[in-house]
Each structure stands twice: as C-alpha cells, then as structure tokens.
Design a binder for this molecule. Structure first.
Ligand code: IDP
Ligand code: MG
Length: 152
C-alpha cells in the first residue's frame, strides 16, 4: 500500500474538553507517524479556505464559528493508506452513527461537535496540508520502529 500523508485537526470541542492528546494518541498508537504539528487559532480566511466545499450549506455559518472558536491542533500523519486509516479511526461524521471504538463514537454525540477532522481523499489531503502548513516544514523522518509498523 502507498505511503500517504493526511491532515488531522483537533477541533475546538476536543481542545476545550481536554481530549486533544487522547485523540492524537489514537492515531499514533495505530502506527501513524506525526510529520508536522501545530497549535493554531484559525481566522475566517483559513477556516473558509478549509471548508470551501460547504459554503452555502445551512450549517456553514455555525461550522465557521465552531472551527474558529479557540486554538486548535493541526497535524499531518504519515503511513500506508493514511487517508482512509485516519477516517476509519475517526468514525462517521455523525457520532451517533460512528462505530464503537472510533473517536467520534467514543467521545461525541452531535455532528456539529464531532471533535476531529481528517482529509477525505489524497487530493484534499495535499490541499489541506498546504492550507494549514503553508511555509512550514513537514518532516521526513524515520522511526526506529518503522519496520515493525510498515512491512516495506
Ligand atoms: P467530515 O468532517 O466527516 O468530512 P463533512 O460532511 O465534510 O464531514 O462536514 C464537515 C464538517 O461540518 C463535519 O465534520 C461537521 O463538523 C460539520 N457538519 C457537517 N454536517 C453538519 C450538520 O448537518 N450540522 C452541523 N455540522 C455539520
Ligand atoms: Mg469533509
């Protein structure tokens, strides 16, 4: 399987509830590698760029208010099939439909407070890493354990 990079956001509800590190830990424990990490307060410009696909939807104003409410954590995770793996670890967008064992199921109840963002596909991942890490380094590094997580 191909090595991929994907963007994860720890959203304001997770930050306020003290769940940032327990959530990051789930991706890390799965074997995904952190290659960039940043505490950032999203302004209107970055929030609307990130959520451009949702402009005009009824939940859009609330979504922008939510994501800009306080500092959040942006992270880039790397691994084989990282895009789908992160989405799977997050669970369905609606926490009540998410599988037990996923972040959104285990920590959440409502779609507008679903704790975490993960890029939907490889194109979105490249676009979103560009938005949140513009001009900032995403590191190439080898873990001593990489051969015990990735077969090749
Ligand atoms: P995703 O985050 O699982 O990719 P999207 O459909 O891309 O889900 O929606 C982006 C985000 O917008 C969701 O994670 C959620 O925070 C918010 N959202 C989506 N639909 C609704 C809704 O119906 N009400 C409130 N918030 C919503
Ligand atoms: Mg989405």
């Amino acid at each position: 399987m191909a090595m991929e990079r994907t963007l994860v956001l720890i959203k304001p509800d997770a930050m306020q509830r003290g769940l940032a590190f327990p959530i990051l830990q789930r991706f890390e424990q799965r074997g995904l590698k952190i290659v960039a990490l940043r505490l950032v307060q999203a302004d209107q410009a970055i929030a609307s760029e990130h959520y451009a696909e949702h402009v005009g939807k009824p939940f859009y104003p609330g979504l922008i208010e939510y994501i800009t409410a306080c500092p959040i954590i942006a992270a880039v995770f790397e691994g084989t099939g990282a895009v789908a793996a992160c989405r799977q670890t997050m669970g369905s967008t609606k926490p009540v439909e998410a599988n037990p064992g996923t972040i959104r199921h285990d920590f959440g109840l409502e779609i507008g407070r679903n704790l975490v963002h993960g890029s939907a596909n490889l194109d979105d991942a490249a676009r979103e890493v560009g938005i949140w890490f513009r001009g900032l380094p995403v590191l190439d590094w080898k873990r001593a354990t990489d051969g015990w997580v990735f077969e090749q």
